[in-house]
Design a protein around this ligand. Structure first.
Ligand code: NAD
Ligand code: TYD
Length: 351
């Protein structure tokens, strides 16, 4: 079936994997990628599909209402998969404003434009909001986040994502706009900006810089390979029930320090360095303010209802990820020039 699908934030980490998957798997769809190209957006992430006939890019700031209206004037979208966001918790702590603008106001601009250009109650015309498990807050040692867990966001990032989830549901309930939401755990894989733990650690090991571990490294995250998240987004978009929420996770909890130690071992081996040399780079630094202790997702609803499950083990996924970063040094060098160096100095310079 011919469809025109808007994917926002397609030049970012997860968005680029989603755009590639949709462009390649559904040649009958036209995929429009709308992205502002912030520091986190990089069209190089899509170089291999940039010239495909069913792919179009429109540089768009979703905060700019007129730009959003112009985009929805140019195309009649049959569906929206919304990933564009400010995504880094540490940045949200030092400057929350962009998170409010992009994640809340940007989402509302998209909702309004989609509603105004789409017949209500056409269940095939879905607004899909890609969200995070961080909206649920912080878990102690036991239990998992389910779709019934109450929202308890604790950082400006997670509060802005929780707000946007609420706005999506509000548009669904108030105006009859068909929507789905998924809340996913931490992703890792190729093309992730090196402000996040895994690519930052890989880069710092390769370049022999200190590896900053916040606090005592006791915080726990549930890691999922990015391609498996893209596969979940595909199945939820096509087969999810409108109005429903799906949790996506890897059932793969790691304490930060154990994960960093594992990466050190893998990197020593891959780089042919003396066993134990990378771990000497580990540096415990001041903890993140309000640092959530643990995230862990129960994804059984998605597994049972839609048949999704992760396709790679953590060992396989980390291996693929490390290999990709080592083979793509140029990508990293481009990313860490300029703005990144300034950020890194401000973030870690005096810790
Ligand atoms: P990212 O930071 O790598 O990419 C975000 C993209 O959004 C970039 O391409 C950026 O240019 C674009 N963008 C930012 N502001 C914009 C604006 N005003 N207008 C248009 N485009 C804008 O993010 P990511 O890690 O790929 O995350 C994508 C989505 O998935 C986000 O909504 C995030 O909340 C969600 N998510 C991420 C994770 C994770 O572990 N990374 C986990 C669960 C959910
Ligand atoms: P991050 O990749 O920023 O994802 P999130 O905060 O969305 O979970 O961080 C993952 C975990 O790693 C989190 O507990 C914070 C920690 N962390 C460090 O210990 N050092 C670092 O340099 C970074 C970026 C994160």
């Amino acid at each position: 079936m011919k469809r025109v699908i808007l994917i926002t934030g397609g030049a970012g980490f997860i968005g680029s994997h989603v755009v590639r998957r949709f462009v390649r798997t559904y040649p009958e769809y036209t995929i429009v990628n709308a992205d502002k190209l912030t520091y986190a957006g990089n069209l190089g992430n899509l170089a291999d599909i940039g010239n495909e006939p069913n792919y179009l890019f429109r540089k768009t700031d979703i905060v700019d209402r007129q730009a959003v209206e112009a985009l929805f004037g140019e195309f009649r979208f049959d569906g929206v998969i919304h990933l564009a966001a400010e995504t880094h918790v540490d940045r949200s702590i030092t400057s929350p404003d962009e998170f409010i603008y992009t994640n809340i106001i940007g989402t509302v601009n998209l909702l309004k434009a989609f509603r105004e250009t789409t017949p209500v109650n056409d269940v095939k015309k879905l607004f899909y909001h890609v969200s995070t498990d961080e909206v649920y807050g912080s878990l102690e040692q036991g239990g998992f986040f389910t779709e019934q867990t109450s929202y308890d966001p604790r950082s400006p990032y997670s509060a802005s994502k929780a707000s946007s989830d609420h706005m999506v549901r509000a548009f669904g309930n108030t105006y009859g706009m068909p929507f789905v939401i998924s809340n996913c755990s931490n992703n890792y894989g190729p093309n992730q900006f090196p402000e996040k733990l895994i690519p930052l650690t890989i880069n710092n090991i390769e370049t022999m810089k200190p590896i900053p571990v916040y606090g005592k490294g006791e915080n726990i995250r549930d890691w999922l390979y990015v391609e498996d998240h893209a596969a979940a987004i595909d199945v939820i978009f096509h087969s999810g029930t409108p109005g429903e929420t799906y949790n996506v996770g890897g059932d793969n909890e790691w304490k930060n320090i154990d994960l960093v130690l594992l990466l050190c071992r893998i990197m020593d081996e891959k780089l042919g360095r003396r066993a134990g040399s990378s771990r000497e780079l580990i540096t415990f630094v001041t903890d993140r303010a309000g640092h959530d202790l643990r995230y862990a997702i129960d994804s059984s609803k998605l597994q049972k209802e839609l048949g999704w499950k992760p396709s790679v083990t953590f060992e396989q996924g980390l291996g693929l990820t490390v290999d990709w970063y080592l083979a793509n040094r140029k990508w990293m060098d481009t990313i860490i020039s300029g703005e990144y160096s300034k950020y890194y100095e401000e973030m870690y310079g005096n810790r």
